[in-house]
Design a protein around this ligand. Structure first.
Ligand code: ZN
Length: 83
């Protein structure tokens, strides 16, 4: 099959869609395909239920911190522009 017409299959709903559309995640060298953000979120929510709560809480707090720092940077940049 030529690369241009390569079809992926959504893990969650089984819908087929062309590569480049939808959402793909590469975890541990393996690719996971979802035809929509909704299906990806549904899948990820289920994944989160499988992960040890201690590890999960730590990861969540780390990412919250990262976003907080990014937001802070953005706000500082905006503040400088106004001044
Ligand atoms: Zn889907």
């Amino acid at each position: 099959m030529p690369l241009m017409t390569e079809k992926l299959e959504c893990i969650v709903c089984g819908r087929k869609f062309p590569r480049g559309q939808g959402v793909t995640l590469v975890i541990g060298g393996k690719e996971y395909a979802f035809h929509s953000k909704r299906c990806a979120l549904k899948f990820l929510r289920r994944v989160l239920e499988e992960i040890d709560e201690g590890i999960l809480t730590k990861a969540f707090n780390n990412v919250v911190k990262e976003f907080a720092e990014e937001l802070e940077e953005l706000r500082e940049k905006k503040a400088k522009k106004i001044v």
